[in-house]
Design a protein around this ligand. Structure first.
Ligand SMILES: [Mg+2]
Length: 405
């Protein structure tokens, strides 16, 4: 089924998986930036590629390293051994089909996403080109516009409003054009153990809007806080005054009919997609859920290869794409390369290193630079990000102390 490769092609010889943890992680925080699965794919020519994904890293490592015992559930690592890493899109299909009985969605696809990102990085390095050029460049602009994602980790609602307002002002001062306010005072993923009425979300948005002024773009992420569409509709009735760019994941992830009701019953654009795996889950959200803004997380959706397929589906439907990410500069770089060739992509998510509580975000990799609040077009081969090996070792040790497996 797979075309024979030339014997002089570069060959994959090893896949390393690093489970990483911020030693100061807080179990009550609604932040997945506290851990990471970093993969490195090595070749016989000494070139390697790096990728990461945003799912429990112990689970993701098992998805990649588990042996296979039959044709329908093969080992992701074994499927890559000896392959030519330049055939990135073909390898995605090989991994998907070979692991289909165990995968197709969820953690296996999220893990596959880390491998796919690493393959894109590797291909760029092998060919001496930045990833975006190989995703269908040339670039549309000479820079990419990020929005600052903000979620302070403080222990009272009042302190949260104060910190979030200060961070939004700081983001604006640094040149960001837009910021997203994580506001999760209640619901199944209430941040830092808050138990406040969902009606108080409006107080937070009002305080920040007053501080940053009318021109600054604001988004809100409620992290699945509303139990159903009717409750959400009642709560957000007065929110049009805040002029929000979108409201993200207001409802439980599987309430696709609820998303459709929300998107069609009120004027604030509804955004979702951060947890979805593969283009097929996005089709459900786009066509049945009627979402307005499509948010693939590059790792979780299945990597850059699958994210580009989602982008094409969004394009056919005239929808805006704003990639989700809540990880390190590796994911930021992956999203920036995608945005460089995607006209539907208005912004990419960006966790500012020092407006974030994540040591992984701050230390694991060289940062994606910002100039006047924008990301200059990446010029280096591959993703253009370097890993800090000392930090990697520190985070690896922290993870090993939590679980020895
Ligand atoms: Mg979110």
């Amino acid at each position: 089924m797979w075309a024979a490769r030339y014997d002089d092609a570069v060959k994959i010889v090893r896949v390393d998986c690093h489970v990483l943890l911020d030693p100061d992680y807080q179990i009550g925080s609604t932040s997945s930036a506290q851990d990471d699965l970093l993969v490195e794919i090595h070749t016989d020519e000494g070139i390697s590629g790096i990728g990461e994904t945003d799912v429990n890293p112990w689970i993701a490592r098992a998805c990649i390293q588990a042996p296979g015992t039959h044709t329908m559930g093969q080992s992701l690592t074994d499927l890559l051994m000896g392959e030519d890493p330049l055939r990135v899109e073909e390898l995605w299909d090989k991994l998907y089909i070979g692991s289909a009985m165990n995968g197709r969605r969820g953690a296996v696809i999220h893990a596959l996403g880390a491998l796919d990102i690493a393959l894109h990085d590797l291909r760029g390095k092998a060919l001496g080109k930045p990833c975006y050029e190989l995703l269908g460049g040339p670039a549309l602009h000479d820079n990419i516009t990020p929005y600052a994602s903000l979620q302070p980790e403080v222990s009272s609602f009042e302190a949260y409003v104060e910190s979030l307002t200060a961070w939004a002002l700081e983001a604006k001062r640094r040149g960001f054009r837009a910021a997203k306010l994580e506001i999760t005072p209640a619901g199944p993923y209430a941040h830092m153990g808050f138990h406040e009425s969902l009606d108080r979300m409006a107080e937070v948005i009002a305080a920040v809007r007053r501080a940053v002024g009318d021109e600054f773009v604001l988004m809100v992420d409620s992290q699945y806080a509303f139990p159903d569409a009717e409750t959400c509709l009642a709560a957000i009735r007065g929110w049009t005054q805040f002029n929000l760019y979108f409201l993200e994941t207001p409802l439980p992830c599987d309430d696709i009919a609820g998303y459709a009701r929300l998107a069609q019953s009120q004027p604030i654009p509804i955004a979702s997609g951060e947890w979805l795996a593969t283009r097929w889950e996005f089709l459900e959200y786009m066509d049945r859920g009627r979402i307005n803004v499509v948010q693939p997380d590059i790792g979780r959706v299945g990597g850059l290869t699958e994210a580009m397929r989602v982008v094409r589906l969004a394009r056919e439907r005239g929808l805006t794409v704003v990639p989700h990410l809540w990880k390190t500069s590796l994911s930021i770089a992956a999203a920036a390369h995608l945005a460089a060739v995607t006209p539907e992509c208005a912004y990419i998510e960006y966790l500012p290193a020092d407006l974030s509580e994540s040591a992984l975000r701050k230390e694991l990799a060289s940062d994606v630079p910002l100039v006047d609040g924008r990301i200059p077009l990446p010029r280096r081969p591959g993703l253009g990000v370097e890993i800090n090996r000392d930090a990697l070792e520190k985070f690896r040790r922290a993870a090993a102390q939590v679980a020895a497996w």
